[in-house]
Design a binder for this molecule. Structure first.
Ligand code: SF4
Length: 504
């Protein structure tokens, strides 16, 4: 009998077909970049957990990659006779195998017993973690481990890193002993059914559905959906369709054209109409009216951020979005276009110097245009909390922020946006020569983050490109009815490439 790993059993819990494919057709699996990134974060948090649980460095790490399964199991069992923490101890029993992130010896009534901690990079306990812990407890106990308790440790997102490699407060433990021990029969049943699935020579006939993304994005999604009919204009392009989408899908409606108009809000109807007719909607008078109250000088601001599950800078929290870059275009009262940028890839905390540079660059009057204001204003508020001396000046910038996103949503729609108003959808529609993915190394926030983390990207491109983005919005939003738009259009017409204008 094949012993199924804990991850295989959890795959089975998500979808028996997934387990079968992982065993019989692993070549079909294509994990997303997000899934790969979450593996990396998991390893990072695991490394820190070893520091936290073993401050005296007395623990022993089992490395199945170098030792092989059999030796890893044998050494793990042998180490149970000694009083030291064990990391990644492996056990195989009851038709399954599992490796415990952390095993800590305890002495209860003169007897050595063990406390297992499963470490997760999430910020709360999720249902599938409970399954994970139940399997871990079952395998360990079946293998003969004197397991006294088992817990799940996750990241405390409210904790602030005090610096000096002190990560003692990073993790919160949740005791799951009682429920894990109570699920023994349940786990046995999973293993039995999973064994049957694994032994079958036939791929289980399971349709795709919401389970394909829950709790994990399944890497076989492309394979399973390969023969599914694709709608030309899918109904999910309609924004905020919510429960109506489920109702329509239940009736077999997949095409926008088949959605009754009277079911739609004015904005949804606009998306349907202009998508199907392949026409652009632009309420230029409305856009100009929206912007008329905002005089020159004007500023166009964009931030880039990086986040760490395990903070590296004193005073920051896990998963906090740390701003390390801004791009600011300025349009003076006389119509002069300027650009300022801040970029710190030194590895040190860029926050305070960025805050100073931002204050110095934003002046004291005039609108500060952003796209999706909650993002920038929240980052500025966070800086204001961290640096009390800069608080008033930072909050004064926030008070001048004008969000272009709601104006774009209300005044503009291009069929290529596919019902979305993210910058990645709007920019190529408005200014095709500034296609987001054509800018070197700048494809999404993730790429910008990779730039910070040391990928060989040209950082200058990042800063400048963000300026393009915001400026492009002014081009289409104001058009000729506003000084911004007149200037932008004039400059655009003077050159074949708007990029050249912005780089001057
Ligand atoms: S894509 Fe969906 S149906 Fe296919 S194996 Fe994964 S979870 Fe199962």
């Amino acid at each position: 009998m094949r012993h199924l790993s804990k991850s295989k059993l959890l795959a089975f819990r998500q979808c028996p077909k997934r387990l079968w494919l992982e065993i019989h057709r692993p070549d079909l699996r294509a994990d997303s970049a997000a899934t790969e990134a979450s593996f990396q974060i998991g390893h990072q948090v695991g490394d820190i957990a070893r520091q936290i649980y073993d401050p005296q460095h007395q623990g022993i790490l089992i490395d199945v990659q170098t030792e092989g399964f059999q030796q890893a199991f044998e050494r793990s069992t042998a180490l149970l006779n000694f009083d030291q923490p064990i990391f990644e101890a492996g056990f195989s029993a009851g038709g399954a195998l599992a490796f415990a992130d952390v095993m800590l010896p305890e002495n209860i009534d003169g007897k050595r017993v063990w406390h297992i901690v499963e470490v997760k990079s999430s910020t709360c306990v999720k249902d599938y973690h409970r399954d994970d812990v139940a399997v871990q407890a079952f395998v360990a106990r079946t293998a003969g481990v004197a397991l006294h308790s088992i817990a799940l440790a996750h990241i405390d997102s409210s904790w602030t890193y005090p610096g000096d490699e002190d990560y003692s407060g990073l993790l919160i433990e949740n005791d799951l002993t009682t429920e894990a021990f109570a699920r023994t029969q349940e786990v046995k049943a999973w293993i039995e059914k999973a064994q049957q699935t694994a032994a079958s020579l036939t791929e289980p006939a399971i349709e795709t559905g919401s389970h394909c993304d829950t709790p994990y994005a399944c890497g076989f999604d492309g394979y399973c959906r390969r023969n599914e009919p694709q709608a030309q204009y899918p109904i999910h392009w309609l924004p905020h369709l919510g429960a109506k989408a489920r109702g329509l899908a239940a009736q077999g409606v997949t095409e926008l054209a088949d959605v009754p108009d009277d079911l739609l809000s004015p904005k949804q109807l606009r998306v349907k109409t202009h998508t199907l007719s392949n026409t652009v909607y632009f309420d230029s008078a409305g856009a100009a009216a929206d912007l008329a109250m905002h005089p020159l000088p004007a500023y166009f601001l964009d931030f880039e951020t990086v986040q760490f599950a395990v903070p590296i800078w004193r005073g920051t929290r896990p998963y906090q979005l740390n701003t390390y870059q801004f791009s600011l275009h300025t349009l003076s009262a006389s119509g002069q276009l300027g650009h300022t940028e801040f970029l710190d890839l030194s590895g040190g905390d860029p926050s305070e110097s960025l805050a100073h540079a931002l204050i110095a660059s934003c002046g004291t009057r005039g609108p500060v245009f952003v796209y999706n204001a909650a993002f920038e204003t929240t980052r500025i508020n966070e800086l204001a909390v961290r640096f009390a001396a800069l608080r008033d000046a930072l909050l004064a910038i926030n008070a001048r922020v004008v969000d272009l996103l709601p104006i774009a949503r209300e005044r503009y729609y291009h069929p290529s946006q596919q019902g979305r108003w993210s910058i990645k959808k709007v920019l190529p529609a408005v200014v095709p020569e500034l296609r987001y993915d054509a800018l070197e190394g700048v494809q999404d926030g993730g790429m910008a983050m990779e730039a910070f983390l040391g990928f060989p990207l040209k950082a200058g491109h990042l800063a400048i490109s963000m300026g393009y983005v915001l400026f492009a919005h002014v081009v289409f939003l104001a058009v000729e009815a506003h000084p911004f738009g007149r200037l932008a259009i004039q400059r655009h017409q003077e050159t074949e490439n708007l990029t050249d204008v912005l780089l001057r």
